[in-house]
Design a binder for this molecule. Structure first.
Ligand code: ZN
Ligand code: ZN
Ligand code: FE
Length: 763
């Protein structure tokens, strides 16, 4: 007796070779039926006289799915059998609303790599080889459905041979939208530093010659441009740093292969898997002290951000080029990655000595993702290419919400059903190009996911440009959410944790419900609301936010607060102390801030590690590298009632006075740094114990940019676990402000369900 089943598959199943996979699977099992895209997902009908064959088929769908497919659900229904002979791919999906999700951009696969390097293959040496298992996706999709006319490949007509592959269900390139070959696809070209075309037969070879001569080459990639330079060449990197206008921020490095990575760095199993993954992120690794690299790659940093070649062009370059290339986002400080030929030529003028270009447009810019493998998991620090727009799965569905994120490290987040779709890293919205990108990505996300959100969610900070945008639009209602509440909610959401937790949220800056800067918060609650159980005591920040670039000024605020004046200290010699002291004495132009990030800045300055900062977070990074490990006696702190209410406050006076005493008595910076890190771990453990005693809650969520610091992250996590706490941490989204949009969005859903209470400030 014939049986027929209808299976509706939801997930990332478009443009990832899913249909040919199902076709082959059905043929192999002797099933008849069809597969097509519908408005509710990929729909399969399968028919057989053998019920076991149908069941095996369903299991194989999940277990043997192609590497890029991600199946979230399969609904199975019984159907009346039909009289049919074959299994067919029905491509008559037309323009119907397709609920399947667009895949991220994926690194070159093993099969394509082999063909790329095989002189007998027709795509030998072709920089745009790809198949259904690899290649660009998100960055070339203008709108859905994901079909060639709606991608930036629309200008390239397939030659007969490519078309044959594209239409053959048994071929690896069946419906691979970017399919192309040297006869019909995109081509490389070279331009000189002034934007003049340089005629040459071998653009990769030409670029290689320039790199070998110490030149800086702008290389067009998947989500924009990189600036490439030989990572062993001091002079080249000195020039690059000077021209880019940022002095010390670490550069990412691309190495030829995993063996080369292992020569420069210690690579454990998890790190190795991350480097070799189809997402191919930058992975922060500990150096092993060997291998020849310029000290200018990552000054003051014992970690190195490495990645492997992820496009065919990279592979061709690394086959010939230096074994390690600096590959840094092609931008001037704080601008987003340059992504179009003309834009790159104007913005990179004076920085690049030459351009390795191609004629396939980048529709959507997308930086490299940056990750670190800590405490058993790969952690996102910047979630972009390779991961976006794959959703983070939530514990339950709900109304559609769009959250617009924070100000720096901005991302957006769209909630639809159980999917939280975060945008790529957009950057600092104060930069005009980043702000334009923010607007474009917001539109694009709604477009490709066919979303019509009911609510917009933004930060409470009145001067965040994302907030201003949300408030100024008149289409949707707006909810303003407290920054650290969003951090806590993000951590709970990605862990699908549905109960209240103790949130330890440590970061640089967030707008508090009282209008002052917060940033060292112990919250108790969940996405619907939280109590501010304890916080760092507010300390004046002389000159306001601008002090962040000058850790020594931040230190003056803490010193003045601890001593009532600014004591004489060697690290402050030659600084304009008088002016700073005056505004602190008078209590003018020195807004109060209770920020954990600023406490790191202050101690970095007092201990002589870092007095001026050329990029965000530099003082904290250098303080951590000075420390190297957790060791020594903690400094003192004092926890008492807050000035106005029932919440607790951490008084940092004792800590600052002891750090000063250590410096004055000649204690070396690394020792002060180590003891300070121990102090932070012990101090927040102390508060968590009090919060647990007060609330009976034994689950702790860690969030905020301070947890990018592996010493603090691992130190506090391990101590809490030893203490019997369940510790919830970030892995899928960044703990820094890149993850805030997720928290905002899930808080927005609580609001729509009528459960939102916000933050209760006891401070
Ligand atoms: Zn491939
Ligand atoms: Zn072709
Ligand atoms: Fe934050």
């Amino acid at each position: 007796m014939l049986r027929r089943k209808k299976l509706v598959v939801n997930g990332i199943v478009q443009g990832v070779g899913f249909r040919p996979f199902v076709y082959r699977l059905a043929k192999h099992a002797g099933l008849t039926g069809c597969i097509r895209n519908t408005s509710s997902g990929v729909c399969i009908e399968a028919q057989s006289p053998d019920p076991a064959a149908l069941e095996r088929f369903r299991l194989d769908l999940v277990q043997k799915a192609p590497p890029l497919a991600k199946i979230f659900s399969i609904d199975v229904l019984d159907r009346d059998p039909l009289d049919e002979r074959e299994f067919v791919i029905d491509s008559s999906d037309g323009g119907g609303a397709v609920e399947t999700l667009v895949s991220p951009d994926i690194a070159l696969c093993g099969d394509c790599r082999r063909e790329l390097l095989d002189p007998r293959d027709r795509r030998f040496g072709y920089a745009f080889i790809n198949c259904t298992n690899c290649g660009p996706r998100y960055t070339i999709v203008e709108r859905i459905p994901y079909d060639r006319p709606f991608t930036s490949m629309k200008g390239f007509d397939m030659c007969p041979e490519c078309a044959r592959e594209y239409h053959d269900p048994m071929n690896r390139r069946f419906h691979a939208q970017p399919n192309a070959c040297p006869a019909c696809g995109p081509q490389l070209s070279i331009q000189d530093g002034d934007g003049r075309a340089v005629p040459c037969d071998d653009p990769v070879g030409h670029a290689f010659d320039m790199l070998r001569d110490g030149r800086i080459v702008a290389v067009k990639g998947i989500g924009g441009f990189h600036l490439a330079a030989d990572a062993a060449d001091d002079k080249a990197l000195e020039r690059l740093r000077r021209r880019k206008g940022r002095e010390e921020k670490p550069f990412a490095v691309m190495v030829k292969d995993i063996e080369t990575a292992e020569r420069f760095c210690v690579v454990d199993e998890g790190e190795r898997a991350a480097l070799l993954s189809p997402e191919a992120p930058v992975v922060l690794l500990r150096r092993n002290g060997s291998g020849k690299l310029s000290s200018l790659v990552a000054p003051g940093n014992d970690r190195l951000g490495l990645m492997l070649p992820y496009t065919p062009l990279h592979v061709l370059m690394m086959e010939r080029g230096p074994e390690a290339l600096v590959m840094t986002s092609a931008n001037v400080t704080d601008e987003p990655i340059a992504f179009e030929n003309r834009e790159a030529l104007s913005r990179l003028k004076g920085i690049a000595d030459g351009y390795l270009l191609h004629d396939r447009p980048v529709y959507l810019r997308c930086d490299d993702s940056v990750t670190v493998h800590l405490h058993g998991k790969l952690r996102q620090l910047r979630r972009s290419r390779g991961y976006v727009p794959a959703p983070v799965t939530l514990s339950s569905p709900g109304p559609q919400v769009l959250a617009v994120g924070a100000e720096i490290k901005n991302t957006l987040c769209l909630l639809k059903e159980r999917n939280a779709i975060l945008s790529q890293h957009i950057g600092d919205l104060k930069n005009f190009e980043a702000y334009e990108h923010f607007l474009m990505v917001g539109e694009h996300l709604r477009g490709i996911f066919q979303a019509s959100p009911e609510l917009l969610v933004c930060d409470m900070h009145p001067s965040y440009l994302s907030t201003q945008w949300a408030v100024d639009q008149s289409e949707l209602p707006v909810l303003r959410v407290q920054h650290h509440h969003a951090h806590l909610a993000a951590c709970l959401a990605e862990n699908r944790f549905e109960e209240p937790a103790i949130g330890v949220v440590l970061d640089g800056t967030g707008y508090g419900t009282d209008g002052t800067v917060w940033g060292g918060e112990i919250l108790i609650g969940d996405a619907s609301g939280a109590e501010r159980f304890a916080s760092l005591e507010p300390v004046p920040l002389p000159g306001g936010d601008a002090a962040v670039e000058h850790p020594w000024k931040v230190a003056c605020g803490y010193l003045h607060h601890a001593f009532g004046k600014i004591p004489e200290l060697d690290v402050l010699c030659g600084r304009e102390i008088a002016g700073v002291a005056e505004i602190l004495d008078k209590g003018i132009r020195s807004p109060l801030a209770s920020s954990c990030g600023r406490l790191f800045d202050a101690v970095a300055a007092i201990s002589g590690v870092c007095c001026d900062s050329s990029y965000e977070g530099q003082a904290a990074v250098e303080l951590m590298h000075a420390a190297g490990r957790l060791e020594g006696e903690p400094f003192s702190w004092d926890i008492g009632p807050g000035s106005t209410g029932a919440g607790l406050q951490v008084h940092t006076g004792p800590l600052v006075r002891e750090v000063v005493a250590a410096r004055v008595s000649g204690t070396e910076s690394p020792e002060i740094s180590r003891r300070f890190h121990v102090t932070i771990v012990e101090l927040f453990y102390d508060i968590v114990i009090r919060a647990a005693d007060a609330s009976g809650i034994r689950s702790v969520a860690l969030s905020g940019g301070v947890f990018q610091n592996p010493l603090i992250f691992e130190g506090l996590t391990e101590k809490l676990e030893r203490g019997g706490f369940a510790v919830l941490t970030h892995a899928l989204v960044p703990c820094n402000d890149g993850g805030v949009s997720l928290g905002q969005a899930v808080i927005g859903r609580e609001y729509l369900k009528g459960r939102y209470r916000g933050i209760i400030d006891n401070g």
